[in-house]
Design a protein around this ligand. Sequence first.
Ligand SMILES: CC/C=C\C/C=C\C/C=C\C/C=C\C/C=C\CCCC(=O)SCCNC(=O)CCNC(=O)[C@H](O)C(C)(C)COP(=O)(O)OP(=O)(O)OC[C@H]1O[C@@H](n2cnc3c(N)ncnc32)[C@H](O)[C@@H]1OP(=O)(O)O
Ligand SMILES: Cc1cc2nc3c(=O)[nH]c(=O)nc-3n(C[C@H](O)[C@H](O)[C@H](O)COP(=O)(O)OP(=O)(O)OC[C@H]3O[C@@H](n4cnc5c(N)ncnc54)[C@H](O)[C@@H]3O)c2cc1C
Length: 643
Amino acid sequence: MKVAWAGSRETLELSDRMAKLVANDPVFEKFTRPMLGRKELFKNTLRKAAHGWKLIVDLRLTEEEAKWLRLYIDEPAYTDLHWGMFIPAIEGQGTEEQKKKWLPLAQKMKIIGCYAQTELGHGSNVQGLETTATFDPQADEFVIHSPTLTSSKWWPGGLGKASTHALVYARLIVGGEFHGVHGFIVQLRSLEDHSPLPGITVGDIGLKFGNGAYNTMDNGVLRFDHVRIPRNQMLMRVSQVTKEGKYMQSDVPRQLIYGTMVYVRQTIVVDASKALSRAVCIATRYSAVRRQFGSRNGGPETQVIDYKTQQSRLFPLLASAYAFRFVGEWLKWLYMDVKQRLEANDFSTLPEAHACTAGLKSLTTTATADGIEECRKLCGGHGYLVSSGLPELFAVYIPACTYEGDNVVLLLQVARFIVKTVSELGYKQPVGTTAYMGRVATLMQNNCAVRTAEDWLNPGAIVEAFEARAARMAVACGRQLAKFENPEEGFAELASDLVEASVAHCQLIVVSKFIEKLQQDIPGKGVKQSLEILCYVYALFLLHKHQGDFLAVGYLTPKQALLANDQLRTLYSKVRPNAIALVDSFNYTDHYLGSILGRYDGNVYPKLYEAAWEDPLNDSDVADGFHQYVQPILKQKLHSAKL
Ligand SMILES: CC/C=C\C/C=C\C/C=C\C/C=C\C/C=C\CCCC(=O)SCCNC(=O)CCNC(=O)[C@H](O)C(C)(C)COP(=O)(O)OP(=O)(O)OC[C@H]1O[C@@H](n2cnc3c(N)ncnc32)[C@H](O)[C@@H]1OP(=O)(O)O
Ligand SMILES: Cc1cc2nc3c(=O)[nH]c(=O)nc-3n(C[C@H](O)[C@H](O)[C@H](O)COP(=O)(O)OP(=O)(O)OC[C@H]3O[C@@H](n4cnc5c(N)ncnc54)[C@H](O)[C@@H]3O)c2cc1C
C-alpha cells in the first residue's frame, strides 16, 4: 500500500530518504515553533531555508529530491513562492530569451522572486487590478506605479522581507490605451545590501491566524512610485510591446497569462491529500490508543475507534485522503498533457484544464480544511493541544480555501464551463471530463437500478448515479438560466445553484478517477481489495451526505438512498481491521507528523505528560506576575463580611 500511495517504488524510496534526512537533522526541529515570537520565528525559517538550500547544493539533490526535502521541512517559507510560482510564471509566460536570462539566476538563487498579483482592493477580480505599467517609448521603459492605496500589492508570500524581485501583475498602458493585465519582472531590493530600491515601499502585512503556523511566511505589502524597468522585463510570450510602442498579440490565448494559477492549483490538489492524510493518520492512531467506556468485568475499556460514530466520521476522511491522492495524480497527468500541447501551440484543452484545476482545488481544499478540524474533534480534548499537531496543521492549511482563488469564485468558473458545455450539446460532442453530458438524454431518463445494499458494490451503478445527478443538476441550471433575458443577470441570480451543480460535477470526477485507478494493475496482496473498499466508502459517503441532491433530481428513491447507507455501515466494519495499516502506508515520520497523539509507537500518555513540563510556564513553580498581580488579591482585606 505504501507503493500505491507513493505512486511508485522509486518515489517511495526517494521520498523516504528525504523524510529521514530532514527528521534526523536538528536544524529542522519544529516543536518549539508555536512558542517563538514573530522575529525569532521568521529568522528561524530563514535559517532552515538556508540549510535546506545548502543540503540541495552539497548533496547535489535532483529537482524532485529538492521538492520532497522542502515538503518535509514542513515550514511555509519564501522558497515556496520562489520555486512554486515565480519560476513557473517565467517558464510559462516568458519568451525563450527571457527564460535564458532569468531562469538560471532564479534557479541558482542569485535572485529571489515572489508572485505579486493580489492588491489591497482586488484579489479575485484580476482584471480589476489597479497597478499600472505605462510604456515610455523615449526611454524604452515601463513605468510601474501604484496610483491609489487600494492598488498596493497585498499578500504575496516572500514579498515582505525576503524577495529581491517580484513578478508584478499590472495594467498595461501603451500610447494611452489600456491592454489588460500583464506580468512584469521588477527588482525590489538591492542585491548588495537588500535595501528597497528608490520608489519602492515594501514590508510585511502583519500577523496571521494561529501561533507559528503561516507566520513563518513574510506575506507582503508593496507600493511603486513611478519605478522604471526596461521594456524587456514584461513577460512577452502572450503579447508584446515593440520599441516603437506597438502592442501586439500573438496566437497564444490571453488566458495563458493566468497559466501559473492553473499550475499551482494542480499542485494544491496533490498537497490536499498530504494535509488530510496527516490529520487522518493522527486521528486514526490516537483513536486506537484512546479508550472510553465499555469495560466488562474490569477488562479494558473500548477503543474509541470501535464506536460506529467515530468510524462514520473518520473513515470517510481516510477514504477522501486516498481519493484526493489519486485524483491529484490524474490532474498532474492532465496538466503535463496540456503543458506539452501548449508548447506545440495547441490550446484546445486549456478551458478544461482551467475548469478541472479550479474545481478540484476548490473541492479538495474545502474538504481538507473541514476534515482537519473534524480530526481535531475526533481526538477529543487532547486534539486541542498544540502538541497534537492538529491546531497548527489547521492554521497553516485553511488559507488554501482562499489563496490561489477563493473556492466559491473558482466553483463559479466551473459553472461557466458546465453551462457552456450544456448550451453547446446540440452541435458539439463534449469530451474529457464532460463526456458524460453527451449521454444526457439517457442520464435524464434512466433511474437507479439498485435493489439491495450489495447492488451498491458496483462501480457502474455508482458512476451512473453521480453522472445522472451532475447532468440533471447542470441541465436544470441551464433551463433556469434560459428564463433570463440577460444571461449575466441569470448567472448572478442562480449562483448558489450553479455552485452546487459544480460541486456535483467535481465529485463525479473524483469518484470516476478513483474507480479508474482501480482498473489499473495494483501489485501487493490485498492492496487492491483495500482500495476498493475505500473507493466505495468515498462514493457512498458522498451519496449519503448529498442524498438530497440525488433524491431531488429524481434519480434515487428514498429506499435506494437507505440501502447505500446500509452498505456504508458494512464497509466501515471492513475498513476497521486495516485502519492502522492504511495510515501507516502514508509512510510519515514522527517528525513530519509533528504529533504526540499520532506517534508511530502509540506511546501517547507518557509523552503528553513529559511535554507538559517543557512548557515555559512550568519553568518555575510560581509564575512571573504572581507576586505582582495575584498575591495582592489573596492578601487583600475586604470590608464587606459577605465578600
Ligand atoms: C505549506 C506549503 C508547503 C509546501 C509547498 C510546496 C510547494 C509550493 C508550490 C506551490 C505554492 C503553493 C502554495 C503556496 C501558498 C500560497 C500561494 C498563493 C498564491 C496566490 O494566491 S497568487 C494569486 C491567486 N489569485 C487568484 O487565484 C485570483 C482568482 N481569480 C482568477 O483566477 C480570475 O480572475 C477569475 C478566473 C476568477 C476571473 O476571471 P473572469 O472570467 O472574470 O474574467 P477573465 O476575463 O479574467 O477570464 C475570461 C476567460 O478566461 C478564462 N480563464 C480564467 N482563468 C483562467 C485560467 N487560469 N486559465 C485558463 N483560462 C482561464 C475564463 O474561463 C474565461 O473563458 P471564456 O472561454 O471566455 O469563458
Ligand atoms: C495565506 C495567503 C497567501 C497568499 N499568497 C499570495 C501570493 O503569493 N500572491 C498573490 O498575488 N496573492 C496571494 N494571496 C491572495 C489570494 O490569492 C487572494 O486573497 C484570493 O485570490 C482571494 O481574493 P480576495 O482576497 O480578493 O477575496 P474576495 O474576492 O474579496 O473574497 C471575499 C468574499 O467575496 C466572495 N466573492 C468574491 N467575488 C465573488 C463573485 N464574483 N461571486 C460571488 N462571490 C464572490 C468570496 O467568495 C468571498 O466570500 C494570498 C492569500 C492568502 C490568504
